[in-house]
Design a protein around this ligand. Structure first.
Ligand SMILES: NC(=O)c1ncn([C@@H]2O[C@H](COP(=O)(O)O)[C@@H](O)[C@H]2O)c1NC=O
Length: 528
């Protein structure tokens, strides 16, 4: 097995020119001959380096707006030839092909062009052809050839060359090849995903998804599972793009729960200051308030027991009063679109508390895909961007909800969208007072939510029953009147649900009988 291989000749062809000159200078200092394409060669020459043009090697000028530059046996032969195969060596000699030991390529910025709203033709011109062809050739021949596709690997390459006196090890080249194939794979995933969107194809024959490693994780959902976090490069504010200001490294469960918390609070962008507290991906308290601290305190009062060790998401920058209130109990993560100096100072005393800052809130209406793995497959659907407007709401009972009830119904509905099914949410005066999540029966969720509200009222010595006069949301229709009756027994005065059950008439009659106001949304929000 060929292990150490000297690097004598390199081909550099990069769109992202950061770090290029420093790399090329270091290679030149080692006596490596530099070959390059148009703009890359220009940048190196401007820095005083001696560079040979690829067109000199191919005998053809770069042509067709750069569509054809390196697609030539003079280049691909130099990348693909097996140096220990007599026939390959003879072919190189016969055709005057020089071996290329190092390929440094990064691709036309297709992903960035598309993210920036490029039109169809511009996107097409941003599809790199020669770059991926060379990357795949060099990666295939990693027994002899080094292929660098990320600027962040330049330093490791130079370290390797330094440590091995101008040579690289087989293991090193293997790792580079792995990265290279993942890069071309991700690139084509971006291109095919874009084409599927452009053609309105929701179910293309093959669906490719790609991600870039953001961090390795200590473990997965449980300590015996290994795990890592990959991001798709989208600019959406949230867990993938947030800046962690302080605190311990995020865990797998932190990432999952923080995502749920931030996506929920982002739905309350247009509201007063709002807070969502999440445990195990379900909200255990959501509230709006006069101030952020008020919102936090009212969310906390929904279920103080579950909020311990929870994730807190805010729809406004964290301020001192809210920071002080949060630090009174153990909290895993706080995520917010900013934090003022006073708040940062309060958190500085809690070294382990993770503080994540985002660039604004996420747009709940932004289209995208939601993926879920099942055994042997991938379920793909649109993100749940569904939202109901005034015109969609239909009061089906004799009694109309009051304005205050309608406000609470809308908040309860929004929260229910983010609760695992079967979801039942009681809201009173802009704060959840009971959440029933993840039950197999809807009536159980209704009972559990009311029971939890009752328990909290007793623990806090509130006197009044918090579900009295509450608005209740159900993520899907009540199939029977029992859920409605349970909510009515708990004192609820208004209900919101999709409607559409076979027994809607019975359910509406039960609501009328109990004097409830009930609104149908015509939209369901299952979440599993
Ligand atoms: N067509 C080709 O033969 C070709 N060969 C290399 N490229 C790309 O051209 C870019 C570098 O171009 P320049 O050196 O002119 O800035 C790199 O992103 C590289 O991947 C090509 N461009 C597109 O396919």
């Amino acid at each position: 097995m060929t292990d150490l291989v000297p690097v004598r000749r390199a081909l550099l062809s990069v769109s992202d020119k950061s770090g290029l000159v420093e790399l090329a200078q270091a290679l030149a200092a080692r006596g490596v001959e530099l070959l390059s394409t148009g703009g890359t060669a220009r940048a190196m020459r401007e820095a005083g380096l001696t560079v040979r043009d690829v067109s000199d090697v191919t005998g053809f000028p770069e042509m067709m707006d750069g569509r054809v530059k390196t697609l030539h046996p003079g280049v691909h032969g130099g990348l693909l030839a097996l140096r220990d195969d007599e026939d390959h060596v003879a072919a190189m000699e016969a055709h005057g092909i020089g071996a290329i030991d190092l390929l440094v390529v990064n691709l036309y910025p297709f992903e960035a062009a598309v993210a920036g709203g490029a039109d169809y033709d511009t996107a097409i011109e941003n599809i790199d052809i020669g770059g991926p062809a060379m990357i795949r050739a060099a990666a295939k021949n990693h027994r002899f050839v080094n292929v660098v596709t990320d600027v962040e690997d330049y330093a490791a390459l130079l370290d390797e060359l330094k440590a091995r006196d101008g040579q690289t090890s087989y293991a090193f080249r293997q790792r580079l090849a792995l990265t290279a194939y993942a890069r071309t794979g991700a690139y084509d995933a971006a291109v095919s995903g874009w084409m599927a969107d452009a053609l309105g194809e929701t179910a293309p024959r093959r669906r490719v998804v790609a991600g870039r490693l953001k961090q390795t994780l200590r473990y997965g959902e449980n300590p015996h599972q290994s795990a890592a976090f990959y991001v798709d490069g989208a600019a959406r504010p949230g867990i993938a793009t947030a800046e962690q200001l302080q605190g311990k490294e995020l865990s797998y469960n932190n990432i999952n729960d923080t995502d749920a918390a931030f996506e929920l609070v982002s739905e309350l962008a247009g509201e007063a200051p709002a807070c969502a507290i999440i445990k195990h991906a379900n909200p255990c308290g959501v509230a709006v308030g006069a101030t952020l601290a008020d919102a936090y305190s009212r969310a906390f009062d929904c279920d103080r027991t579950s909020a311990f060790g929870g994730i807190v998401a805010l729809n406004r920058p964290l301020d001192r009063a809210t920071a002080a209130a949060i630090t009174e109990i153990f909290t895993e993560v706080v995520i917010a679109p900013g934090a003022d100096e006073d708040a940062r100072a309060v958190f500085a005393g809690k070294k382990n508390l993770r503080l994540l800052l985002t660039d604004g809130l996420a747009d709940p209406a932004a289209a995208g895909l939601a993926l879920r793995q099942v055994s042997g497959g991938l379920l793909v659907q649109d993100r749940d961007t569904g939202a109901v407007g005034e015109a969609d709401l239909r009061v089906v009972t004799k009694r109309q909800p009051s304005e205050a009830e309608m406000r609470d119904l809308r908040l309860a509905w929004t929260v229910a969208k983010h609760v695992k099914s079967n979801a039942i949410v009681y809201v009173k005066d802009g704060a959840t007072v009971g959440v029933g999540a993840g039950q197999m029966s809807r009536v159980d969720s209704t009972r559990i939510a009311a029971r939890k509200a009752q328990d909290m009222a007793e623990a806090l010595d509130l006197g009044a029953i918090p579900t009295q006069g509450a608005a209740v949301a159900s993520d899907a229709f009540f199939p029977f009147p029992d859920g409605v009756l349970t909510a009515a027994e708990a004192g609820a005065s208004a209900l919101i649900q999709p409607g559409g059950a076979m027994r809607d008439e019975e359910v509406i009659a039960a609501a009328d009988e109990a004097g409830l106001a009930m609104v149908f949304t015509g939209m369901r929000h299952f979440r599993h």
